[in-house]
Design a protein around this ligand. Structure first.
Ligand SMILES: Cc1cc2nc3c(=O)[nH]c(=O)nc-3n(C[C@H](O)[C@H](O)[C@H](O)COP(=O)(O)OP(=O)(O)OC[C@H]3O[C@@H](n4cnc5c(N)ncnc54)[C@H](O)[C@@H]3O)c2cc1C
Length: 389
């Protein structure tokens, strides 16, 4: 592989850097909370600048308000955005439901939702997992029963990220309980403000509220909110546009986190706030090498995509390595600050509590988006050709 940019890629990279320099919100513009971020004028300006170029959903075709970028151009953009630490404003609207509607939605659904997603008027959440159905998602039990022009939905979703801020949910529900499990599932768009939808917060062990339980009790959903064919929802749920899947943003973020920790170690060598032993130093060196490896794994995935092939077990390897590295980096940072690791109050804790907050937050990284065990199964069966257990 040639790691250098082609002439076109170098020009494209320069264009993105110039755009970021001109339009990025400054550090002073950063709102202290997520809620404030939603209505923050500086973020709105950044969003408008991205929207004007179709860069909110850079992978979407131009006719739907995207930029129609190929995977390599998206990769360069994502790498530069990550290096500059600028905010990605799209969320699940641009990355998940938008592409699904572009491919499987009817004209009415596209008209109703795509523009609103690009303008940032609506927030979406993903209602797939249930208390008994995570890795084995096709076993889901939430029921949708036809009643005239509507479906009536009953059931429970769990771990629903952002449901407490969401206006809409794209969800899977069982419409034919007698069919084989993958074939009786339908894909719905559900208004989160409809009667019968209840969102209950789940506070994680880092004391943060990101995800929720969502209960559906006799929720009426118009049949026009079914995406694609009834009972074929399973196959729709796996749709993506030609998105770059390299996780380059994570790989860059790992290195940036390490830079931050190493700077803190250097600055505090003599303050008594760090455990500055050879052991910690060599762990940081190991993590640095691993972060470079994570970047190479991202390059491998994007190379496969750029050749028009679909990354399969290679994407699983990158996900597995990246998320486990996130946990190792957080553990190393905790060792580096010793007993100070129990402090999370940003006013008094070293690095404003970044190490313990990352440490607690990193536990879920190997669960969300497919657990490490499931990724290892994919690597074993599809990558190494081992038999299924
Ligand atoms: C931070 C976070 C955000 C999330 N956001 C969302 C969201 O927005 N929407 C949504 O729908 N879901 C969301 N999820 C749910 C996520 O998709 C599931 O947690 C995940 O798929 C695992 O399912 P589970 O929790 O039911 O665990 P289970 O599938 O019950 O797994 C339990 C354990 O068994 C292991 N296991 C399961 N099957 C196998 C197997 N075949 N071989 C070997 N080991 C196996 C798993 O690896 C795990 O260790 C989120 C989860 C997290 C942690």
């Amino acid at each position: 592989m040639d790691f250098r940019d082609t002439a076109d890629q170098a020009t494209w990279r320069d264009e993105i850097r110039a755009f970021i320099k001109e339009n990025r919100p400054t550090r002073d513009d950063a709102p202290p909370t997520r809620e404030m971020a939603r209505n923050n004028p500086a973020q709105a300006k950044w969003r408008a600048a991205l929207a004007a170029r179709g860069w909110i959903a850079a992978a979407w075709p131009k006719e739907y308000g995207g930029a129609g970028l190929g995977v390599m151009d998206q990769f360069v953009m994502n790498e530069e955005f990550a290096e500059a630490r600028v905010m990605n404003v799209g969320g699940m609207g641009t990355s998940m439901i938008g592409p699904t509607l572009i491919i499987h939605g009817n004209d009415e659904q596209k008209k109703e939702h795509l523009g609103a997603i690009l303008r940032g008027e609506v927030v979406w959440c993903q209602g797939y997992s249930e208390p008994g159905s995570g890795s084995d998602l096709a076993s889901l039990q939430t029921r949708a029963v036809r009643d005239g022009d509507d479906f009536i939905i009953n059931g429970q979703k769990i771990w629903t990220t952002g449901a407490h801020n969401a206006d809409w949910c794209f969800m899977l529900a069982r419409t034919d309980p007698d069919a084989p499990k993958h074939r009786g599932i339908t894909y719905f768009l559900v208004d989160m403000h409809a009667p019968g939808v209840t969102v209950r917060p789940l506070v994680n062990m880092g004391n943060l509220h990101h995800f929720n339980e969502v209960f559906f009790e006799d929720v009426r959903v118009p049949a026009r909110n079914v995406v694609g064919e009834i009972n074929r929802g399973w196959y729709i749920g796996t749709t993506t546009l030609d998105f770059e899947r390299s996780s380059i943003g994570n790989a860059v973020g790992q290195r940036q986190a390490l830079e931050y920790y190493i700077r803190y170690l250097r600055d505090n060598r003599t303050t008594g706030k760090v455990v500055n032993t050879h052991f910690v130093q060599s762990e940081l060196a190991d993590r640095w090498i691993e972060a470079a490896t994570a970047k190479m794994l991202s390059y491998r995935v994007i190379t496969i995509q750029a050749e028009g092939r679909v990354p399969n077990h290679e994407a699983s390897i990158a996900k597995l390595f990246n998320t486990e590295l996130t946990q190792r980096i957080a553990r190393t940072a905790m060792k580096m600050i010793g007993n100070y690791g129990v402090l999370t109050d940003p006013e008094v804790a070293p690095m404003h509590g970044r190490a313990p907050v990352s440490y607690l937050g990193s536990v879920s990284a190997t669960i969300a988006g497919g657990t490490s065990e499931v990724q290892r199964n994919i690597v074993a069966t599809r990558g190494l050709g081992l038999p299924r257990a």
